[in-house]
Design a protein around this ligand. Structure first.
Ligand SMILES: [Zn+2]
Length: 43
């Protein structure tokens, strides 16, 4: 999951040969961490 730096839109799939936001053509993208569904045990 990537996030556009300019328009803040989420980009699920990104072509490694064409790293560009499909919405605004911005080349600056930030990697967004995928939320991991995990059960946290609190002690
Ligand atoms: Zn964009």
């Amino acid at each position: 999951m990537y996030k556009c730096w300019k328009c803040k839109k989420d980009i699920k799939e990104l072509d490694p040969n064409f790293v560009r936001c499909p919405y605004c053509a911005c080349r600056i993208l930030s990697k967004a961490r995928q939320p991991v569904a995990r059960e946290v045990k609190a002690k």
